[in-house]
Ligand binder design. Structure first.
Ligand SMILES: O=C(O)CCC(=O)C(=O)O
Length: 386
């Protein structure tokens, strides 16, 4: 893959051309703000070559087991060192522009990105240029030069989608694709160096479960058959799964994802406290690895203790087809190019990802056909009453 800086015109296998234009609010004079579709092709990973080999099947089975029992698994080396470098560099350019711009408010007064970062806020890429928050449509529309090198390797990676299909069934749809940047100590004035376990636990402020979690249904409504009493609840099929690709080693100052293994199918509360803290695991992931987890698993990010380097987390949240999704899948030129290429290649999985799989009534109607088949089959098994 030919890599170039975000300030140059880019051409990945002739698929797209990004144009630099003047942008008044960008301190360095220009940002990538327009994308022109020139031709279709070369954006998608090759699925045909991705029929899992025997070794890959073994790995998928292991990952599935970990996902079901612990709530998460880690896929190693999803992004290469070259891909990491180019994505980080492009994100740094975006962040530099965002730091100087007015991006939100603090105590009711307009605040720049720099002021928000100093107050410890994260700054997201994906959404409006004038906001620090995640916004939708996400990365494919907001920062195509960042998104493009992530498409084959991450967003539509056969490795990731193969696993998503094992945990959620074949009808997997995209929901939100964005990057969250956690500011370095130079901007926050916070502590530097690698945090101890005690510090990680003390500093973790963001414990939560993700969208489509039905955990509260068990905890807050007595009477549901669940594992709260005896730990006997089997694996719960997720409506959504989260794929987080970190662009720095998670055992360094960037700070790991903290997880409570098993909390996706247990009575574990909203936050680890007291003896519950022993259950917390800092997820062991290196730069370019992907943490793939169940929407019901309790987790938190960590603060960034790096001196001057942003902590970057690339997110792809996937849901079952037919559920509401946050990203817009109709307007962004990059999405349109991906859908056109998927149509040309007959790649239903990619079409479905962008909610554009409409053949024979789309995934939901085709799923109903499958149900009908099973119901008919079971009817054949019935024996006359004795
Ligand atoms: O910052 C992190 O590592 C975790 C972010 C997170 O919890 C989320 O996006 O749901």
């Amino acid at each position: 893959m030919a890599l170039s800086t975000p300030h140059q015109n880019l051409s990945y296998q002739g698929a797209l051309r990004l144009q630099k234009i003047r942008a008044n609010h960008a301190p360095h004079g220009f940002i990538m703000a327009e994308i022109q579709q020139e031709a279709v092709g070369g954006l998608l990973p090759a699925r045909s070559g991705s029929v899992p080999s025997a070794a890959e099947e073994t790995l998928l089975a292991e990952q599935l087991e970990q996902f079901q029992s612990r709530g998460f698994t880690v896929l190693r080396g999803v992004l290469s060192a070259a891909e990491l470098a180019v994505v980080r560099e492009r994100l740094d350019v975006r962040l530099a522009a965002k730091l100087a711009a007015e991006l939100g408010a603090l105590e009711g007064k307009p605040a720049t990105g720099e002021e928000l970062a100093a107050a410890g806020h994260t700054i997201s890429i994906g959404g409006p240029v004038d906001s620090a928050s995640i916004g939708f449509p996400g990365l494919l529309s907001a920062a195509p030069e960042v998104a493009e090198p992530l498409i084959k390797a991450f967003l539509l990676s056969p490795r990731l989608l193969d696993l998503a299909e094992r945990v959620m069934g074949p009808f997997v749809q995209g929901d939100g694709f964005y990057v969250v940047g956690t500011p370095p100590a130079q901007l926050t004035g916070g502590a530097t160096g690698v945090a101890s376990r005690q510090e990680l636990l003390a500093e973790a402020a963001g414990w939560h479960r993700d969208g489509y979690s039905h955990h509260n249904m068990w905890r807050k409504n007595p009477g549901y058959a669940d594992d709260l009493a005896d730990g006997g609840q089997p694996f719960t099929p997720p409506l959504a799964a989260h794929m987080l690709c970190y662009l720095q080693d998670m055992d360094g100052p960037g700070g790991p994802l903290l997880a409570v293994p098993g909390s996706h199918r247990s009575a574990f509360g909203e936050k680890p406290v007291g003896a519950g803290e022993e259950a917390v695991v800092p997820v062991d992931a290196k730069a370019g690895d992907v943490v793939f987890f169940h929407c019901d698993m309790l987790h938190s990010g960590s603060v960034n203790r790096a001196d001057d380097v942003w902590r970057y987390m690339v997110t792809s949240f996937v849901v079952r087809a037919g559920l509401p999704h946050r990203d817009d899948f109709t307007a962004a030129p990059l999405v349109r190019a991906l859908v056109a290429e998927a149509e040309a290649r007959g790649d239903r999985r990619v079409l479905r990802f962008f909610a554009a799989d409409t053949t024979d009534g789309g995934p939901l109607r085709r799923e109903e056909e499958l149900w009908r088949g099973v119901i008919d089959e079971e009817r054949q098994l019935l024996r006359p009453a004795l």
